[in-house]
Design a binder for this molecule. Structure first.
Ligand code: ADP
Ligand code: MG
Length: 249
């Protein structure tokens, strides 16, 4: 369980209270500047926020950095590589401590194969394309809390994970995140693709001007009446191929 109690950052987003059950995939949507990244960074314990965050019954303010890193991992929106270390070394910095090496190898391959990183492991992180670097950052974030390596791994916080990824790699990430949730993990993901959210999220938080103005199921939140005033454009909901689709105009 993840609990947020009156979580806020002055001048960035107003107090927000929520409970998220194991196995839930939450998408945060909203225009640029709505407060998505600030909320994610606060849940991660990376911003000087007011209010409380507890993960699996533990208040994050009472945890050491090491304890927190076992419970949650966090992909920030942007981050450029700082040194020319090879990909495998960068990934090793994110692997949970005291893991069985065979289990580590297996998990690493399970994450690297669908993201086509096996042949990039010895390449310096400074010589990757933008999308390749994003895939490496994603594998590192997943590795940190992957439950078969780290049984305390509970929460995955991903700020615009699809940035720079082609459609095949976006689908691959979706499958991996869903597997994490199927094992009882919680994923909280910011997203600009409303149809992607509609098809993938089990819960949606809609943010506008520093406030979560609607939270609940896709059906309850992702409707034209909620979205139009937030984005300032009109929306229609259509059915195609047995699924709902949102069209903006
Ligand atoms: P989003 O991720 O939804 O685009 P952000 O959380 O990045 O929005 O920004 C929310 C608000 O906080 C915006 O008004 C933005 O200008 C402000 N903000 C973002 N980063 C900082 C910062 N480092 N210092 C002060 N204000 C910031
Ligand atoms: Mg952001």
């Amino acid at each position: 369980m993840l609990q947020l109690n009156q979580l806020n950052v002055v001048s960035r987003f107003v107090p927000f209270t929520a409970k998220v059950s194991p196995g839930t995939r939450v998408h945060i949507i909203g225009p640029n500047g709505a407060g998505k990244s600030s909320l994610l960074a606060s849940i991660a314990g990376m911003l000087n926020a007011e209010g409380e965050v507890s993960i699996a019954g533990q208040l994050i303010s009472s945890l050491s950095g090491r304890e927190l890193s076992r419970l949650r991992s966090y992909l920030c929106q942007q981050y450029l590589p700082l040194s020319a270390m090879p990909v495998f070394q960068y990934l090793s910095l994110h692997q949970p401590a005291e893991v069985n090496s065979a289990q580590l190898e297996k998990t690493l391959m399970m994450l690297c194969e669908p993201l086509h990183l096996e042949d990039k492991l010895s390449k310096p992180v400074t010589q990757l394309s933008g999308g390749e670097w994003q895939r490496v950052r994603l594998v590192a974030t997943l590795l940190q809390v992957w439950p078969t390596l780290n049984p305390q791994g509970t929460l995955l916080l991903l700020d615009e994970p699809a940035t720079g990824l082609d459609i095949a790699h976006q689908l691959a990430i979706d499958l991996i995140v869903n597997e994490f949730c199927a094992m009882g993990g919680i994923a909280i993901i910011s997203d600009h693709d409303l149809n992607h959210t509609l098809h993938q999220a089990s819960q949606v938080w809609l943010m506008s001007k520093g406030e979560v103005i609607a939270a609940g199921s896709c059906e309850a939140v992702l409707n034209p009446a909620n979205l139009a005033p937030v984005y300032g454009v009109s929306f229609q909901l259509h059915q195609f191929s047995g699924k709902p689709w949102i069209i903006a105009s």
